[in-house]
Design a binder for this molecule. Structure first.
Ligand code: ATP
Ligand code: MG
Length: 455
């Protein structure tokens, strides 16, 4: 059953129970009070009648007095019988058309009102003693029909009122609940669409309760981010497949070419070297992809203190061959800052940055690596004297597989280096960025991390 239906039914049932019990209690109280009025009127009238009878001389005769009058009901038809104590009827009103009821069937203690049936008439009567006539009793009765008609009418009115109020409650709660659950239903519908794979689905709730509108906004934001992540992953897979295909194709082509006819040992050697080169690129790419996947999945770095000067030196050693070839001078300046983290990953971070810096440096240029602490944070930077990164590319250089147009012709390098740098920085609580070097020269890649606590 839908939540909305259940809520409406529950509220309506609660109203129905409340209204019916309130009306039931009211009707019971009214009926009892009318019956009490009738009883009092009956008793008062019976005593008056008995008083008048006592004043009679000779045989007793029912008087010509009218019937009792209950306040709300008016004068009632009078039914009266004078019984002798042996049950004989001494006198009777003509309203008892078929004779008096037998004394045994109606006998009750004097003063106690009681109900009895006379033919089709439902009567309420009371016995009273007749003063100075100890062997005679007066039964005075009146029909209950007026009282019952009133009560039946009251019950009908209450039933109609109860049905109307239940119907009204149903209508109002339905409208209110629909209004209240509109937002939830829109969120549920959007969630269902997202679950079916439609990441473009949005709740887009314009109005409603603040909490629900906020929830709808949060859900939309969550789906928007999910869409970006999924699109990013799809792009990543497409790029990765593409990058893997090029060295694989050349490897395949080189091996096929080598086998086509018999060749000299020298030619075989050249072919194998070219195939090896492709295999090396494949290996490097697979390693970078693995590193990116592993670091991307990490939530917390290890808590070991790492001296940044050490890892920067180890990284520079990896790149020193290329630096020497290009006559690029490498300078490392550090104040002994330490961060908590993973030494191998931090070394990879420096290696990727220094490798880029050296590769983009002009012949004879200088690459400066710095690590300094300002108390609770450690700032690192790698500065070169190359062409720098164009402002419009400064965000995109960190995207996987991004390479500036001038770089795309280069065979080695896949464009994963800076993505790995960004992930390592993130895992260590930092963010990496690039800006222009001093005096508008070169590029400066920098990041800052929380410093390792001293000691
Ligand atoms: N120091 C730099 N100076 C100028 N441009 C740079 C510098 N470092 C990176 N870039 C630009 O950013 C792009 C991405 O760099 P990244 O390190 O991710 O990839 P790559 O160096 O091309 O390949 P890989 O690092 O995977 O071998 C580079 O292709 C280059 O265009
Ligand atoms: Mg690189």
């Amino acid at each position: 059953m839908k939540f909305r239906t259940r809520l409406v039914l529950t509220l309506t049932a609660a109203t129905a129970v409340t209204v019916t019990s309130a009306f039931g209690a009211a009707s019971f109280v009214v009926e009892r009070s009318e019956e009490r009025q009738l009883d009092e009127a009956l008793r008062a009238e019976a005593h008056l009648e008995a008083g008048e009878l006592a004043a009679q001389h000779g045989a007793l005769h029912v008087t010509a007095r009218a019937g009792p009058a209950a306040d709300d009901i008016g004068r009632l038809m009078k039914f009266a019988v004078i019984y002798a104590d042996d049950g004989r009827v001494i006198d009777i009103t003509s309203t008892f058309a078929t004779g008096a009821p037998s004394y045994a069937s109606v006998s009750h203690p004097p003063g106690n009102a009681f109900d009895f049936w006379y033919g089709a008439d439902h009567l309420r009567g009371v016995f009273v003693a007749i003063p100075e006539h100890e062997h005679e009793m007066l039964l005075l009765a009146a029909p209950r029909s007026d009282l019952e008609k009133d009560n039946a009418f009251l019950r009908q009115v209450m039933l109609v009122a109860a049905l109307l109020s239940i119907g009204f409650t149903l209508l109002v709660t339905w409208r209110v609940v629909r209004q209240l659950t509109r937002g939830h239903e829109a969120i549920a519908a959007a969630a269902r669409k997202v679950a079916d794979g439609d990441l473009a689905a949005r709740v887009a709730l314009g109005s409603g309760d603040d909490e629900v509108v906020q929830l709808a906004r949060d859900v939309d934001e969550m789906v928007r981010r999910l869409e970006i992540v999924v699109e990013g992953q799809q792009r990543f897979i497409a790029h990765a497949a593409h990058e893997l295909r090029s060295p694989l194709t050349s490897l395949y082509g080189e091996l096929q070419l080598a086998l086509r006819k018999s060749r000299s040992a020298e030619e075989y050697r050249t072919s194998i070297e070219e195939a090896l080169d492709s295999a090396r690129r494949l290996k490097a790419l697979a390693e970078d992809l693995l590193a990116l996947a592993r670091i991307g999945a990490e939530r917390e770095p290890s808590r070991t203190p790492v001296a940044l000067a050490e890892v920067a030196k180890a990284a520079a050693a990896w790149v020193s061959r290329e630096a020497t070839l290009r006559h690029v001078e490498l300078a490392i300046q550090s104040d002994g800052s330490q961060v908590l983290g993973h030494a191998i990953d931090l070394e990879r971070l420096f290696r990727n940055l220094i490798d880029n810096a050296v590769r983009h440096s002009p012949e004879g240029g200088q690459v400066t690596v710095e690590a300094r602490s300002d108390g609770d944070r450690v700032h690192i930077s790698v500065l070169d004297e190359g062409p720098g990164v164009a402002p419009e590319e400064r965000d995109r250089v960190f995207d996987p597989f991004f390479r500036a147009a001038s770089e795309r012709r280069r065979d080695d390098g896949s464009g994963l280096g800076l993505s790995i740098v960004r992930e390592i920085a993130r895992v260590h609580g930092g963010e990496v960025s690039v800006e222009q070097g001093p005096e508008g020269k070169g590029a400066r890649f920098s990041a800052s991390f929380p410093a390792a606590p001293p000691g």
